[in-house]
Design a protein around this ligand. Structure first.
Ligand code: GDP
Ligand code: MN
Length: 380
């Protein structure tokens, strides 16, 4: 689960990482009140779950309440990489002398947390890695050893920070960021930029924070931070139905039993020139009830022109699955969208016969099914 900047900063604050004082605002009036309360120059910051807000006009400096209200009007409703701005964070403006970068992520390949630090902050990490790779210090932490003070020193000296006061402040932030990463079960904590003000204070000006979904049960306060209004309504509906569903932007609905099979189905449809509308995993069994739930979700997407069911009958017999599909969908609304069913495994011949009788398009191979479903989507 990704957190908004202001939520990540709240977690930073809890572990003692310095951040600026700020207020939430969802309307120009609230932005005005926040600016008044904070006083002086403020920054009006779009709260969206994506980066690059600065370049997209989502970060605006404002002096006084009038200007803050004006800037809030401009930023609210902006579309930043497909995310519409509905929330703002109004923060006391900082003077910036230098911009650094500090992050910790879970390096799944190495099975260890990975720190990255560079004094070339401000731009996005992909750009940093490309333009100034030598200036980027990377350092793994052995989780069984835990955090050691030398980790911070290595990052700081490696990055070329020479000012003793800065070194001390950054070392403390590095340690606290590690604590936040572990304590909140994060997979990413990124500070970009980590700034140095003209008077030598180091603080986090931005926050990108991702918490492992599997750990949310032990962080009810963080779980509550989820913005259900920003989530795709179809994905929310799918979650309620217990269907694993991710919306994509094509027109071929896809459903498989098993995440691996569903993913390769997405790939194969794309490979033969189709555009998958979604990823959907029925789960291992492929019960008739699961099929109906999945279909209900998939057909709610008006972009879907055809649907590809890719079922591998292992423990569940193919003829059972086929009877389930046919009886569950007999005379149903959802049948308006043409469907191709690839059914293979135990009792596959019987299964395909049942489907053909029920008016479906049963096929034997994934390739054949993918081609057929793409043609159907194109209205061929
Ligand atoms: P991002 O573009 O989504 O990464 O948003 P950031 O929060 O990192 O802000 C982008 C840029 O806006 C920063 O790199 C700063 O240069 C600038 N910025 C943000 N807050 C302030 C501030 O308080 N004062 C000044 N002068 N610039 C700021
Ligand atoms: Mn940033």
């Amino acid at each position: 689960m990704d957190l908004y900047e202001y939520q990540g900063k709240e977690l930073f604050r809890r572990v003692g990482i310095p951040v600026s004082d700020g207020r939430r605002a969802d309307s120009p009036q609230e932005a005005r009140a926040a600016a008044q309360e904070l006083g002086g120059q403020v920054v009006v910051k779009a709260q969206v779950l994506t980066g690059g807000r600065g370049k997209a006009g989502g970060i605006q400096l404002a002096t006084g309440a009038d200007e803050a209200e004006q800037k809030a009007k401009e930023v609210l409703g902006l579309d930043i990489r497909g995310h519409v701005v509905r929330r703002l964070w109004i923060e006391k403006a900082s003077d910036i002398e230098r911009e650094y970068y500090l992050s910790i992520t879970l390096d799944r390949g190495a099975k260890k947390p990975l720190f990255m630090f560079t004094t070339q902050g401000g731009m996005e990490i992909e750009q940093i890695a490309e333009e100034t790779p030598d200036a980027l210090v990377r350092l793994h932490v052995d989780p069984s050893e835990g955090f050691q003070p030398w980790v911070a020193r290595r990052l700081i000296y490696g990055g070329g920070v020479t000012d003793p006061s800065e070194q001390k402040q950054i070392a403390s932030i590095v340690e606290k960021l590690y604590r936040a990463f572990v304590e909140f079960d994060a997979t990413l904590c990124e500070i970009n930029p980590l700034i140095v003000t003209p008077d030598g204070t180091v603080k986090a000006l931005d926050s990108k924070f991702t918490v492992d979904d599997n750990s949310l049960f032990r962080h009810p306060d963080i779980a509550e931070m989820r913005d259900t209004t920003a989530a795709d309504p179809l994905e929310t509906f799918a979650r309620q139905k217990g269907v694993t569903y991710v919306k994509l932007d094509g027109n071929v609905g896809i459903c498989g039993n098993g995440a691996g099979l569903a993913m390769s189905t997405v790939d194969v449809v794309a490979h033969v020139g189709g555009k998958p509308a979604n990823f959907c995993d029925l789960g291992g069994g492929g019960s008739a009830e699961g099929v109906v739930d999945a279909l209900e979700v998939i057909t709610r997407d008006p972009q879907v022109k055809s649907i590809f069911f890719n079922i591998f009958g292992g423990i569940t017999r193919c003829d059972e699955v086929a009877r389930g599909i046919v009886s569950a969908l007999a005379g149903d609304e959802m049948r308006k969208v043409p469907m191709v069913v690839r059914l293979t495994g135990t009792n596959e011949k019987e299964g395909r016969a049942v489907l053909a009788q029920g008016g479906f398009n049963p096929v034997e191979t994934m390739d054949e099914g993918a081609r057929m479903v793409v043609e159907l989507a194109q209205g061929v």
